[in-house]
Write a protein of this length. Sequence first.
Length: 96
Amino acid sequence: MRFRLGPRPDVAPGATFDRLRVLDHVVVTDAEGQRRTLCEVQCGCGTVFQVRPESLRSRQTRSCGCLHRDQSAERLRRMWATAKQVAAEEVACPSM
Ligand SMILES: [Zn+2]
């Protein structure tokens, strides 16, 4: 079994989740008037934002969004690389 039941990852200040580091806990009142605790986190890129502790624990939130942006940029770059390669092959092919 690779899965082992252990203590849930702690979201105390100083804990890190991929690019995110927990700075502090803040209590906010949501739209329904419920008080809830959010984690104030700083992303590796420097962005500070607030996120639900559940999202950190479940690893739903792992960056401010830049992780996703990076992946999109990488995909785009690969697409371009392929396009350039295709263009190069077309040039290399002698046209009859
Ligand atoms: Zn970020």
